[in-house]
Design a protein around this ligand. Sequence first.
Ligand code: IMP
Length: 436
Amino acid sequence: MPGLAIIGAQWGDEGKGKVTDLVADAADVVIRFQGGNNAGHTIVRENGDVYKFHLIPSGILHPGKICVIGNGVVVDPRVMTEELETLRRRGVDTSGLRISANAHLIMPYHLLLDQAGEARLGKLQIGTTRRGIGPCYADKAARLGIRMQDLLDEKILKQKIYAAMEPKRQSLRPHEKDPVLDLHAMTEEYRTFGHRLEDYIADTQRIVWDALDDERLVVFEGAQGTLLDIDHGTYPFVTSSNPVAGEACVGAGVGPKDIGEVWGVGKAYVTRVGSGPFPTELEDGTGERLRAAGGEWGTTTGRPRRCGWIDLVALRYAARVNGLTGLVITKLDVLTGIDPLYAAVRYLGPEGSTFDDFPYHQSILHKARGEYRELPGWNDDITAARRLEDLPRSARDYLDFVSEFVGVPIVLVGVGPGRDQVIWTDASQSRSLLAA
Ligand code: IMP
């Protein structure tokens, strides 16, 4: 049975973790296919318990599920072992975790290179999470990467660290004497991580193939969002992997026919962390109000997120790039009390130009501003709504407008942080979930 991919349709932080957590009930395998601990999910359970994840799929909270870190993910073993330890201390069974032997490792020099790279760019910096993500993917492409499987062989590990670290000496000169860059100490430390993670390392593509072949539901969980995609996002202000649905195949080791449905998750407004173009950004009181009401501070870095009106030009682009079959709109409740609301339906570019579609050219995108459709807001508290009919007329009209403009049915709406604060629509009676 083809699986379900859940991806970010904006600039990340759309609430994918909560959606995955909800469908994990029906899933047998949840696999992350790209990104690293630059991601962050906050999951609020029914009893009010809050869990924050950076690497481990949120499916781990569901006993008996297999949670996979796919080959497309970059793993910082220090973060991974800490996250495992925290979960164990809280009594969560982590025996369902599997990490691809082919996943690449974030090394101490990747962290230093990320920081040094940003410092060097100065005002032009990308605003990375400084977790070493970009340099790790760069080493992967340069074939200097170190993979999970290398942790299991000390000799190979040492050779590979030496080969990877040598060419970086120049950029790392200011850190030359830093003890974390000592070849022997680093090999020792990573061997220790290897011992701790050994039982989780596996041939993960086979696990996914077997589940697909046995008609069990596989959920492919994306990190970050479409507009942060290194190929399809707002380059160079992007992450170094592909958060789009196509990567679910590459980063998990399956073919396109193995993905039956693709749900794109977007907020009822838009946020972005880090630098780069943001045509609907609100640098005023409304932006601040969205930040406060939505708790828009990064899970990973604590940075305040930039906030703006929903951008339907970008969302329609995301629908096309990912081949979305369903749209999830999260945090609708955050818009309560803002009247009127605005949705960008076109971009206004330099010298009176207009753009119906997402412009490919960086210079245009940097100057683009939204042209808006004004929509009526609502004042009633919607956090207890569980069916579309429970929502005020204007909230339903807002959702209809988004869905019609983007051309994708809405499957799920978030109306509060709690796990039960959602509205499943008729469109969510998807083939995969029904079959599961
Ligand atoms: P990097 O992924 O740390 O290299 O950062 C590159 C860009 O992606 C920066 O603008 C980050 O703020 C952004 N980014 C990376 N991960 C996330 C995420 O999980 N949510 C939102 N933005 C992210």
